[in-house]
Write a protein that binds this ligand. Sequence first.
Ligand code: GLN
Length: 449
Amino acid sequence: DLTRQTLANIKKTEPALKAFITVNADKAIKRAQAVDKKGIDPKNLLSGIPVAIKDLILTKGVKTTAASKMLYNFNPIFDATVIKKLKKAGTIDVGKTNLDEFAMGGSTENSAFQKTHNAWNHKKVPGGSSGGSAVAVASGDVLAALGTDTGGSIRQPAAFNGIVGMKPTYGRVSRWGIIAFASSMDQVGPMTRNVFDNAVMLNAIAGHDVHDLTSSDKKVPDFTAHIKDGVKGLRIAVPKEYMAKGIDPAVRDAVENAIKVYKKLGAKVDMVSLPHTKYGVSAYYILSSSEASSNLERYDGIRYGYSAPDAKNLEQLYIKSRSEGFGDEVKRRIMLGTFCLSAGYVDAYFKKAAKVRTLIIDDFKKVYQNHDVILAPTSTTPAYDLGSEISDPIKMYMNDVLTVPVNLAGLPSMSIPDGFTKDSLPIGMQLIGRPFDEQTVYRTGYAFE
Ligand code: GLN
């Protein structure tokens, strides 16, 4: 019944929101019937729960496109590890959600197929790149969705749609079966309506995987275990660079208000400095584009995906398939990345960016010597108008200033709702934890909720 109701809701909301690229109505019903037959386990909170999956995550026998013409007809022959784990937990995957092509973007407007609308105001962007997943949750269609976050793609759309989005520590969740963008930063994470649900979802997907060498074999705690412990005595740091001018006043006020709430709850809140924050965007775009240019070599028109029908020889097949299959933003990143890796420039750009990355990691380490968690806005602004920024890539990149340092440092960070603007647009704030300390992040978020 729940799955049928969910599918009926999606039918109602989709014409205005366009959150899904594929809805798996028949498969979802069949799975729900199978779960029913086995009997719902009352101790397993996810059994029979409909979820939505970002279309960057491989689902066996269900088209997985990365929102790219390059993969318009790609049907994976295996499930990503996170999908296997969710199936084991008993969730029902009702569909694949829209994103920026290959997760490159911050508004979901780079999808080759459709534009998704913000759940609160249809004239606004949903954020990105996991915009479809955020809207599927915020609209009430599903209780939970999976997104991916390479430079903010879970947290920023969560903030723009008033939901909870967790980017776990790099290595906490397997990347096996996630279409690769920037492998040293990509992470999968849950997007939900509240903090508790989020912890339940992370319980299901976290853990070591022999298929992903970068997945950690650290023990996975129960993320719900200490969630209600409160924040008394907790040392919270607020980086002054994240509250500087350039941050929308409504966003800053919302974070100031959260600081007051945490103080009232017994936490100790200090201003700190992360001095290399201003180099984060440059380092991120050099490193992520370099990795992307290498990861995207595999789309050659031969192995799988789009193949130009009228090429006359092999070289033409490569050139035509890639020229026709990739969108403008993807091409821009491939060009930037191959340039930064080329013999004459690798020292000046790639290696320098890698050094900046170390400085950013050290900034965070210093703060965590005396603090347990960092509180900051998720995004410099609330959701902006559809179409208003997409033609200015530099502006789009600069919007990521508050999210990318976390990815460069591999830290866990969760965006949670922090009130509204006077035009009723949601505002988000992020809680950034020590490596593998998602528990403290959840506890801090739960206390605010
Ligand atoms: N907006 C960032 C980018 O375009 C982040 C994307 C992501 O996290 N996948 O690269």
